[in-house]
Design a protein around this ligand. Structure first.
Ligand code: NDP
Length: 450
């Protein structure tokens, strides 16, 4: 049984019976059957469905947001914003997607390139943005003419079901998008099944490795959006008020549980003391509390286990010589953890490989641009990065020097439908969103004409 447990109270409020072998077989058969039909639909039919799904997101915003907050603890205002963002992305692709699939000429008048569907794709998704992560998969699936099967994280099965129900309500045919209520055990068998053509996973590095190994053995393409330990660099020419405020926002979004949270703050020596003092004050004055209370700055972590993971990381950091400010664990029910800051760590030390998925930042001092880039690139991850500097040469040096899929200048990293999203190194490969994400799971056919 998979349980929906409210991390704010510890209460189990729903249980979901996992699909058995027969249930999985039926879902695969239905996906295969629908794939032969959906690939023949017109672009109009596909974009109308995307718009109709967007309407459902808008119409049900508050109920959808409530389910996310209850299942994984994000603050209700962030949950509402996530639901709204899904509608925006669906509409963006309904409007701009068809142009991304226009045939292209092969130079020399030899023929054309056509974007064709590849069939059923499996998505293994995490709990941290339980709607948005799925929409990043569902939207290109519908538009490409593929069909999708979702294996959502075990703790957000309620969200998974709501999304699948909305696709049907919006007029999507049976089998176009199925929510498979399963734990991770059956995933390998599903990927190996001949009816599945590709897989995508967003989540931790170990989960990514597991899925990539199976998919590699079965010769199936994978897109992996894995962890990040994003650098957030502040240089002397930065607007300090903006840098401090944005650093706090970047670290605390989703209670610190986002792959693109600024997790390692790196301040230039000339402004290190000022940034450290102001950032510590601003970060540690924020409070974790009831995610339905507008007064709370952040909600609880997604589960008691997730909080324990972060607390273990903090112990490890302290043993490695780190000084911890804040990060108090409140008494009583709920997986709450107040924001905190670690200083005094060696950037290449024991915490180098850790993705701290909670509201605690690390702060490092850099001598100059090269040193900031060295510290930023020291981890095995390479997802996002943010740089605060008004110096154009420095901006250029960071754009070329930072080993990351995304660099945000004088702002925090964020995902948006117009721009490709993804990483390098152990943060995964492939891209979601924009035309690059749409093309990942398509057959780019070269058509030669005599
Ligand atoms: P996981 O990476 O384990 O879970 C993400 C998804 O992968 C879930 O659907 C999960 O299913 C599935 N999964 C896990 N292991 C396997 C496997 N071997 N084969 C197939 N599917 C698998 O994240 P956790 O919830 O365990 O969180 C642990 C850590 O992962 C966090 O502390 C954080 O560091 C990182 N994480 C990063 C995310 C990101 O966006 N970068 C998102 C989520 C987590 P199930 O839930 O059933 O186990």
């Amino acid at each position: 049984m998979m349980h929906s447990v409210n991390p704010a109270t510890g209460e189990t409020f729903a249980s979901h019976e996992p699909l058995d072998e027969q249930g999985i077989e039926s879902a695969l058969a239905l996906a295969e059957e629908q794939a032969t039909k959906w690939r023949l639909t017109s672009m109009d039919e596909r974009t109308q469905l995307l718009s109709a799904i967007a309407d459902r997101f808008d119409a049900h915003r508050d109920g959808l947001a409530e389910m996310a907050t209850k299942e994984m603890g994000k603050h209700i205002r962030e949950a509402r914003a996530e639901v709204e963002k899904c509608g925006t992305a669906l509409r963006y692709f309904a409007e701009h997607g068809p142009a991304m699939l226009e045939p292209e000429k092969i130079p020399g008048g030899k023929g054309e390139l056509r974007w064709l569907p590849i069939g059923p794709v499996l998505a293994v998704m995490p709990w941290n943005f339980p709607y948005w992560q799925v929409i990043r998969f569902l939207t290109p699936t519908v538009l490409a003419g593929n069909v999708g099967l979702l294996k959502h994280a075990s703790n957000v099965q309620g969200v998974g079901k709501l999304i699948a129900d909305m696709v049907i309500e919006a007029g999507g045919p049976e089998g176009l998008f199925q929510n498979l209520a399963i734990p991770s055990g059956p995933v390998a068998g599903i990927i190996k099944d001949d009816r599945i053509r590709a897989a995508t996973l967003t989540g931790s590095e170990p989960a990514g490795r597991a899925v990539a190994e199976v998919a590699g053995g079965a010769l199936k393409k994978v897109v992996l959006e894995l962890g990040g330990s994003d650098p957030f660099i502040v240089m002397p020419s930065a607007d300090m008020d903006d840098a401090v405020e944005t650093a706090v926002k970047a670290r605390l979004q989703n209670s610190g549980q986002s792959c693109i949270c600024g997790k390692r703050m790196i301040a230039h020596a000339d402004i290190y003391d000022e940034f450290a003092e102001r950032f510590t004050e601003a970060l540690c004055s924020k409070r974790a509390g009831d995610p339905f209370d507008e007064e709370s700055d952040i909600g609880p972590l997604s589960s008691e286990e997730q909080r324990q993971t972060v607390l273990d990381q903090l112990d490890k950091a302290k043993k490695a010589g780190g000084q911890l400010t804040g990060a108090e664990k409140p008494d009583g029910e709920g997986a709450y953890l107040h924001p905190g800051l670690l200083t005094g760590l060696d950037p290449a030390g024991e915490m180098r490989d850790e993705e701290v998925f909670g509201p605690v930042a690390m702060l490092f001092e850099a001598k100059d641009v090269d040193d900031a880039i060295r510290i930023a690139n020291i981890t095995p991850y390479g997802l996002g990065s943010a740089v605060f500097t008004s110096d154009a040469d420095e901006q250029e040096a960071f754009i070329t020097g930072l080993d990351a899929g995304m660099t945000a200048i004088n702002q925090m990293t964020a995902s948006t439908p117009e721009a490709p999203f993804g990483g390098v190194k152990n943060s995964g490969h492939g891209r979601e969103l924009a035309r690059f994400g749409l093309h990942e799971f398509m057959n780019l056919k070269s058509v030669f004409r005599a």
